[in-house]
Design a protein around this ligand. Structure first.
Ligand SMILES: Nc1ncnc2c1ncn2[C@@H]1O[C@H](COP(=O)(O)OP(=O)(O)OP(=O)(O)O)[C@@H](O)[C@H]1O
Ligand SMILES: [Mg+2]
Length: 369
């Protein structure tokens, strides 16, 4: 996790130090520390009520922290009202002005800030170009698709050239397909402008696609902060492993723990893991295994580790991959996904098949908490 000691590293652009928001004894944000570099897109990811919006609202100045500090480019923001902060927040439900054209929606804040007419025009034109809505400048919001409206809202947020862009569930109003397309457009626009961005989402795919780093949040705390791949491949806790993507969690006992490997016994199989965990033999651990890292075969693989006999209980076809639910000897279920690389190849396995699931010694993550 990022440290907040300025003596150790060059000062980050955004620094959040031991931040707390207490609502009548309930800590909606509970001692959060974070540093965000300039130009970074940082995502706060967590389920409903975990404190994401509260944290964002403190950054924007709509809520006063109970304790802790927020610094932007080294400057403490305490006491600074929202409109004096060099940032802009796009809310969970971005309300465009329905009676104003796209052009006027984007120009609104600039006019209010007292910018000269020519400057307003220049800025609006360049923003329209940026979000590729030049053709729609005279339309009203209701004459646009959800994704287009979303881009107008973004242009409006960027109009006054904020140093920090805060996005609260920016794509919450869009359906899945449009969401995925807009995620990429949004990242391109943010990167072109070079603005530092903190976004909030409860959608892990969205966080993974858009952000350079993610904080997984639960009950006001940061459980893990890291790059999307690091959080996916090396979750620090059961909660994070389970929250991010699909995972099999197998409880077991640490039998052997050496520098270069460890062995864990669980009710259905013995795991050989290609690294040590500096634990204590006999301790309870959990092995996390992603469904896509498991192979299936009819023949029993060689060796005594990392394999289990299983029966196909369910299978769901998702187009690009098939997800199997396998019943293990203990009765536990194992999720296995197999990508469908060959067209019309037919399913290799079907309901009731008895087969072997197996994996390599780099597939597992051993969790001790
Ligand atoms: N003004 C308030 N007074 C009291 N409690 C509040 C207030 N605002 C938020 N809370 C509580 O703080 C917690 C965090 O709320 P917050 O809005 O930050 O959640 P969130 O992570 O943004 O959730 P969602 O994904 O549903 O938007 C919740 O339990 C909420 O009920
Ligand atoms: Mg929220």
């Amino acid at each position: 996790m990022a440290t907040a000691n300025p003596a150790e590293a060059p000062a980050a652009f955004l620094q959040i130090q031991d931040l707390v928001k207490d609502y009548d004894g309930y800590k909606a944000v509970n001692h959060v520390n974070l540093e965000v570099a300039q130009g970074e897109i940082f995502a706060l990811l967590g389920s409903s009520g975990c404190g994401k919006s509260t944290l964002l609202r403190m950054l924007a100045g709509f809520e006063t922290p109970s304790s802790g500090r927020i610094l932007l480019a080294g400057r403490d923001l305490a006491g600074l009202p929202p409109y004096e902060r060099p940032m802009n927040m796009m809310f969970q439900s971005y309300a465009l002005f329905p009676h104003l054209s796209v052009w006027d929606n984007i120009a609104f804040g600039l006019k209010r800030a007292g910018l000269a007419k020519a400057q307003v025009g220049e800025r609006v034109e360049s923003l329209l170009k940026l979000v590729q809505l030049g053709k729609f400048a005279q339309r009203k919001p209701h004459q646009l698709s959800g994704g287009q409206q979303q881009r107008v809202a973004l242009a409006r947020s960027l109009a006054r050239q904020p140093q920090l862009l805060l996005l609260d569930e920016p794509l919450g109003a869009l359906d899945k397909k449009l969401r995925e397309q807009t995620q990429i457009e949004l990242v391109n626009i943010i990167e072109q402008v070079g603005v530092t961005c903190v976004m909030v989402t409860h959608d892990q795919e969205e966080a993974m696609t858009m952000a350079s780093r993610i904080a997984v949040m639960s009950e006001g705390r940061f459980l893990q902060v890291g790059a999307p791949a690091a959080i996916y491949e090396t979750p620090a806790t059961r909660f994070v492993a389970d929250f991010i993507g699909n995972v099999n969690l197998m409880d077991g006992t640490l039998d052997v723990d050496e520098n270069d490997h460890c062995v864990i016994g669980s009710s259905d199989c013995r795991h050989y893991v290609g690294h040590g965990i500096t634990g204590t033999p006999g301790m309870a651990v959990t092995v996390a295994l992603r469904p896509e890292k498991i192979a299936l075969s009819a023949e029993e693989p060689a060796g005594e580790f990392n394999k289990v006999r299983a029966t196909v209980k369910e299978l769901s076809y998702f187009g690009s991959y098939t997800l199997y639910q396998l019943a293990l000897p203990s009765g536990a279920l194992l999720k296995v996904s197999q990508s469908n690389t060959e067209r019309q190849a037919g399913r290799a396995h079907t309901w009731g098949d008895s087969l072997w699931a197996h994996w390599s010694d780099t597939a597992q993550v051993v969790l001790t908490q």
